[in-house]
Design a binder for this molecule. Structure first.
Ligand code: NI
Length: 191
């Protein structure tokens, strides 16, 4: 396992729709190593998730994991390590909520954008088992962010540019309002 370099906005691989993996590929040592590298890279950089595009591989694999008290997103509910392969998201009823996001591939920028409040996500786990789950609240937003990466979409594409802020200015001017607005979601269980 190794920590990989995370590519930054401007690298074409972030705009490349990632391709699906066959079950055979998923079971290969190369892809299992990629998954281990993604987990290690996510943990080393304190992300809430990471997609394969972000380490230069346009393959439909992403990780979501939020530790209790994550330093980048201390307000996010904890999410156990989840490896999603070939994920497909279907929005459920419940509308959208404005969420403030950042991204390991967009250094020192945050922005506010609408996310579905509830989604159904179908995917393969790293062992090729089919999963079918419902995610809600901020956790639903995290999964939408990672699947966006696999479609070549970044949060800046969906955000109102007038909401853009550095992490320092987010803390200073936007954090309290944001947390007040989503406080009900923070309490909500992740799945
Ligand atoms: Ni991201």
């Amino acid at each position: 396992m190794s920590v990989r370099d995370v590519v930054a906005i401007g690298d074409p691989v972030l705009r490349q729709p990632a391709r699906e993996l066959s079950r055979e590929e998923l079971g290969s040592p190369q892809i299992q190593r990629l998954i281990d590298d993604l987990i290690e890279t996510k943990r080393a950089t304190h992300g809430a998730g990471i997609a394969a595009n972000q380490v230069g591989e346009a393959l439909r694999v992403a990780i979501v994991e939020v530790e209790e008290g994550n330093p980048r997103y201390p307000y996010k509910p904890a999410v156990p390590l989840t490896v999603i392969v070939n994920p497909v998201i279907e929005p459920l009823d419940g509308g959208t909520v404005e969420i403030n996001e950042g991204c390991l591939s967009v250094p020192d920028l945050r922005g506010t954008l609408p996310r579905h409040l509830a989604i159904r996500i179908r995917y393969l786990d790293r062992f090729g088992e089919e999963r079918d789950e419902v995610k809600r609240g901020l956790t639903a937003g995290t999964f939408q962010h990672e699947v966006d990466h696999l479609d070549g979409v970044l949060f800046v594409d969906r955000a109102d540019p007038r909401t853009f802020a550095t992490w320092e200015q987010f803390e200073r001017y936007q954090r309290d309002d944001f947390l007040r607005r989503v406080s009900g979601l923070v309490d909500q269980v992740g799945s």
